[in-house]
Design a protein around this ligand. Structure first.
Ligand code: GLU
Length: 616
């Protein structure tokens, strides 16, 4: 779960080290406990690495003052070995000739380390990754060239990797390879080639990209790329693609406004995201809808925010289509489902499309039980899409803040679009009714816009709750999703202890904690759960709970009971109310952001978290 950025160029007038350092900073959301850069210069490799964040490490120009013609850097999220200088990447072989960065986990590293140590290799870190340079160096000593040596090495390594390899005596090229960890290539043809863990990292430099697939290895020359199949060694012809994203994706700027944090900018992108999501290509929606309709059993699987979006999605598919869907955390999928029935469809939801637990779940369902896999991901070409029969790409675009916010909104919307499409295809609902629901879904973008226009009010409320030690988030039915998302966000970025429960469940245990001043947030749209929710508000209020409620603009009853409200400008119609999932979650996402900012935490890079969770 680290960030990798490398470059090789024909130009001698560009600051190679600084470009790598800046590239790494665009990837810091993936890991930020230590960082390093290796540059090749006149037959030698210069290596600098330290614990800490890149800005601090580079304070006195430690990285920027490096000299070299090409090289690679790494910003780490430790899995094997403490986040200290010796464990940070790049790692070198014993001769100081081979430098490697690695994203992922090598599962058989203990055995490989033992074999290599027995043959005299001396390890200087506690990482799994260090086996790479030592193995490569052995194959080089046997007379193989760098590409062959890397190919032989990765055949010996079990697990997940995205690696970049530089050799001091091979000045014309460097090697990249991947399996189950992301790695993309950017190119300015004839001039410079970049490699990075994701596309936005090189977007300010080029929009021309190659997507490397699993079990592929690429030789990166300056301005030229050759891709090979690792298993057969055969060359694969591939044309580069033009990335449609704007370079603003990699900056905290939108429409000329500079935001303090990516998270704030990305929250402001939600209206655009939603408008695009409701107009996503109909063929993709259709294929998804038909796969769900044709299955006898449907599961939806995801982790974290995506799982909470899935709760809203399964509710909508059940409400509009009568299809029962079981939601299962992807990390529990295999353990909870020792067998799967025939004719199963699994919907996998993931921002990165690289979530290791989700990949494991869908591979299990597909390879063992022949399940149909429908995936909803935000990253084109990501690993999950390769195991999927049908794919919907969310329209969130690049998301830099580690804790997903706009992707949650896009996922809920995409699943609602699928629900309405199934209803259309089934023809058992009045088409005019469906059209009204669709229209209401279209309007959610305007509701979010208007919430953003009044975000100062949410900021005030955030200050009131920012220091709370404990907060309950309660909702019923569709709104359980928003309650879960609200609790997760404030926990992730503002470090308040928060728990979400179904409001009806709170009296079966959690209420024991409630005493005078205990904070309880209710998500209270005026839907079929409203009257029962009032009962739950009363239960908390009568025990002294400090109540914050997310309610419709026209709400009166919960407003009378609550100490504070966040008001959502929705129409008083059953169509608008049925589309409350995003509009009622969004104020809580914004509140979490403002609480983190008020508490002076970095909302973009919360501690211990990484955006793309590529470990199981
Ligand atoms: N497993 C490697 C380590 O712990 C790589 C982790 C990463 O992907 O950042 O150093």
């Amino acid at each position: 779960m680290c960030g990798i950025f490398g470059l090789i160029t024909k130009r001698n007038d560009i600051p190679v080290a600084t470009i790598i350092r800046e590239g790494l900073q665009r990837l810091e959301y993936r890991g930020y406990d230590s960082a390093g850069i290796a540059l090749v210069n006149n037959g030698k490799i210069e290596l600098r690495k330290e614990a800490g964040r890149i800005d601090d490490i580079n304070k006195n120009g430690l990285f920027d003052s490096m000299q070299g013609t090409f090289g690679v850097g790494h910003t780490r999220w430790a899995t094997h070995g403490a986040p200290v200088a010796k464990n940070s990447h790049p790692h070198m072989d014993g001769n100081g000739k081979v430098a490697v960065v690695h994203n992922g986990i090598i599962e058989n590293f203990q055995q490989l380390r033992k074999e290599l140590s027995d043959r005299g290799h001396v390890f200087t870190s506690d990482t799994d990754s260090e086996v790479f340079p030592h193995l490569i160096s052995e194959f080089l000593d046997q007379g193989k060239d760098l590409k062959e040596a890397v190919m032989e090495t990765i055949k010996r390594c079990e697990g997940a990797y995205g690696i970049v390899v530089c050799h001091a005596d091979t000045p014309d090229y460097m090697i990249v390879a991947r399996k189950e960890s992301p790695l993309t290539i950017g190119i300015t043809p004839g001039e410079t080639t970049y490699c990075a863990s994701d596309i936005p990292a090189f977007l300010p430099l080029t929009k021309t990209a190659y997507i490397l697939e699993d079990d592929e290895i690429a030789v990166l020359y300056a301005g030229e790329v050759e891709i090979f199949d690792v298993l057969t060694g055969k060359k694969r012809e591939r044309s580069p693609t033009e990335v449609p994203w704007s370079i603003d994706a990699a900056a905290k700027v939108m429409n000329g406004r500079e935001y303090k944090w990516f998270m704030h900018k990305e929250l402001h992108e939600v209206p655009r995201t939603l408008k695009e999501q409701v107009n996503a290509p109909l063929e993709d929606i259709d294929a998804f809808a038909r796969a769900i309709m044709e299955a006898d059993h449907v599961y939806i699987t995801a982790a974290g925010t995506s799982y909470y979006a899935s709760l809203a999605g399964k509710f909508q598919i059940n409400k509009f289509c009568g299809t029962f869907i079981e939601a299962i955390l992807c990390s529990e999928f295999i353990d909870q489902l020792p067998t799967l029935p025939h004719k199963t469809c699994v919907i996998a939801v993931s921002q990165s499309g690289e979530t290791a637990d989700t990949i494991e779940a869908i591979r299990y369902a597909k390879e063992k039980y022949g399940a149909t896999i429908c995936s909803l991901v935000n990253v084109v070409g990501s690993s999950i899409t390769r195991y999927s029969d049908h794919i919907i790409i969310t329209t969130a675009g690049p998301e830099v803040a580690v804790a997903s916010q706009k992707t949650y909104c896009a996922q809920v919307t995409a699943l609602t679009v699928v629900a309405l499409r199934i209803a259309e295809l089934r023809c058992d609902m009045d088409m005019k009714e469906i059209a009204k629901y669709k229209e209401a879904l279209q309007k959610t973008a305007d509701i979010i816009e208007s919430i953003l226009n009044n975000e100062d009010k949410i900021q005030e409320i955030a200050r009131i709750f920012a220091k709370e030690q404990n907060i309950f988030f309660l909702g019923r039915g569709l709104s359980l999703s928003a309650a879960c998302e609200g609790a997760l966000k404030i926990k992730e970025i503002s470090y308040n202890h928060a728990e979400a429960y179904s409001a009806g469940e709170a009296k079966h245990g959690p209420i024991a904690l409630v005493e005078y001043g205990f904070s309880v947030v209710f998500v209270g749209p005026p839907d079929e759960t409203y009257d029962r929710l009032i009962g739950n508000v009363m239960e908390m209020k009568s025990r002294g709970g400090k109540i914050l409620a997310v309610v419709a603009d026209f709400d009166t009853k919960i407003t009378e009971l609550a100490d504070y409200t966040l008001r959502v400008p929705i129409e008083n119609s059953k169509y608008a109310i049925a589309m409350s999932a995003v509009p009622f979650a969004f104020p809580l996402q914004l509140m979490a952001y403002f609480a983190a900012d008020y508490n002076e935490f970095d909302p973009d890079k919360p501690r211990n978290l990484a955006k793309s969770v590529t470990v199981k």
